[in-house]
Design a protein around this ligand. Structure first.
Ligand code: SAJ
Length: 408
């Protein structure tokens, strides 16, 4: 029996040993899903100190090891789920993925299935993982997790898979079919799968930028952008996006820089993408200018919410953080209240924590669900509300200034 049939049989019988490299917001739920479906799973982390907390978190449903040659070699399938950020000056940073490649190039890769779930530009998977040795299988299946989303989960999001050849595609498809319920979407190459992820996230970034621009125009025209969006949604070809204080997280403001770098290497400018990203990155400053119109020296300012999006306690690329840094730099005193962050989280960023007490200026940075109740403690009749997420649908306090709308 050849390698393909041997591995296919192991996958069919759930006897294939699964190694998940990287146990973050992608690797952890994926490893648990494999374990809960009867596979023997080993999760790989960079350092010893990560092991204990993860064993507690996963209730020992999987083995957790430091990412090293001997244990990697025992796996039949290795799924790579490491982060692919950008540097300060928006250059793709493949350090973590390159470290994985270094280790994988030391092991006997023969007969194994390697799957890259990390977000990369087309041709990266083949370039980095395409020459690890003889007779192994290689697929790309970029993760599509939406952190905090209770309905779209690792298990039910349709899974896009591209591979270096038919056998690799078939093995990866069968493997994911064993644990996922949202359907498999096979494409014709590694590069097509990588490009799908680039397109879907760049599409989102550019459309958010478009609505941010329309929101600025709506303000000048005295129109309510939310009313316009809601009416536009009656057009079948219009997909709604919403303006706000800015675009955060480790996907939407980051991934498009991977495709820009690739386009640049092919002498293509992709100016719509570039301008869109700059538009989003400018929103915290635009929002700050709005605040200065209503702030008086000595005003009691409370910023509600610091994380990058509703009900997610993640600060990566948070536009609210950028906005608060501007407040601080301009000498405007303020405190922050975020119901899902600890005092330490907030103070570690150099900000002061505040209580939900009546404020002169109440600023919505993140529209956590708890805001529905919390605002009543901080917004009095004289409070001016500056709403970075257009959370309020009716006037509260002395008036609400949103992004592309106001309620007075
Ligand atoms: N945002 C807006 N306006 C919008 C939508 C989002 O300003 O209309 C802001 C959010 O507040 C946040 C940022 O953009 O700061 C990103 O929001 P997001 O909902 O896209 O949240 P993410 O980063 O968790 O995006 C994830 C992504 N998942 C992956 O990349 C694997 C993305 O692909 C999904 O499209 C997105 O979830 C989703 O669909 O909700």
């Amino acid at each position: 029996m050849n390698n393909y049939n041997i591995l296919l049989e192991k996958i069919e019988k759930k006897q294939a040993k699964i190694g998940i490299i990287g146990l973050g917001y992608v690797g952890l739920p994926l490893s648990l899903l494999f374990a809960q479906n009867g596979f023997l799973v080993t999760g790989f982390v960079r350092s010893e100190k990560q092991i204990k907390p993860l064993e507690i978190k996963t209730k020992n449903q999987l083995k957790i090891e430091v990412f090293k040659k001997p244990v990697l070699e025992k796996q039949d399938v290795l799924i790579i789920c490491v982060q692919t950020p950008v540097t300060e000056n928006k250059i793709p940073d493949l350090t973590d993925l390159e470290n994985v490649v270094k280790e994988l190039s030391q092991i006997k890769i023969f007969g194994k299935l390697i799957i890259n779930e990390s977000t990369v530009a087309p041709f990266t998977t083949s370039h980095l993982l395409g020459n690890l040795g003889k007779e192994y299988f290689l697929a790309s299946s970029p993760e599509r997790i939406d952190p905090g989303n209770k309905t779209k989960t690792t298990q039910n999001i349709p899974k896009v898979i591209g591979a270096k050849d038919r056998e690799s595609l078939s093995l990866a498809s069968r493997l994911y079919q064993q644990i996922l319920t949202g359907g498999i979407v096979e494409v014709g190459s590694l590069e097509a799968a990588e490009m799908v992820k680039m397109l879907e996230n760049t599409y989102r970034a550019v459309n958010i930028a478009l609505i941010n621009e329309f929101a600025k125009l709506a303000e000048v025209l005295g129109l309510d952008i939310l009313e316009v969006i809601e009416a536009a949604k009656t057009k079948w070809s219009f997909q709604a996006h919403y303006p706000g204080i800015g675009v955060g997280g480790h996907c939407i403001p980051v991934d498009p820089y991977y495709i820009l770098a690739l386009a640049k290497s092919k002498n293509l400018s992709m100016s719509v993408v570039k301008e869109g990203l700059l538009e989003n990155e400018n929103m915290p400053k635009f929002f700050f200018d709005k605040v200065t119109k209503h702030y008086k020296k000595g005003s009691k300012v409370l910023v509600y919410g610091l994380t990058y999006k509703r009900d997610v306690s993640d600060l990566r690329e948070s536009p609210v953080k950028i906005f608060c840094d501007i407040l601080k730099k301009r000498g405007i005193s303020f405190v922050i209240y975020d119901p899902i962050l600890s005092k330490k989280d907030i103070e570690s960023l150099g900000f002061s924590v505040g209580k939900l007490t009546k404020s002169d200026v109440f600023i919505v940075g993140t529209d956590h669900s708890q805001l529905r109740e919390d605002y009543k403690k901080a917004v009095g009749d004289k409070t001016i509300v500056i709403d970075g997420r257009n959370f309020f649908k009716t006037k509260v306090g002395k008036g609400v200034y949103g992004v592309g709308r106001k309620l007075l």
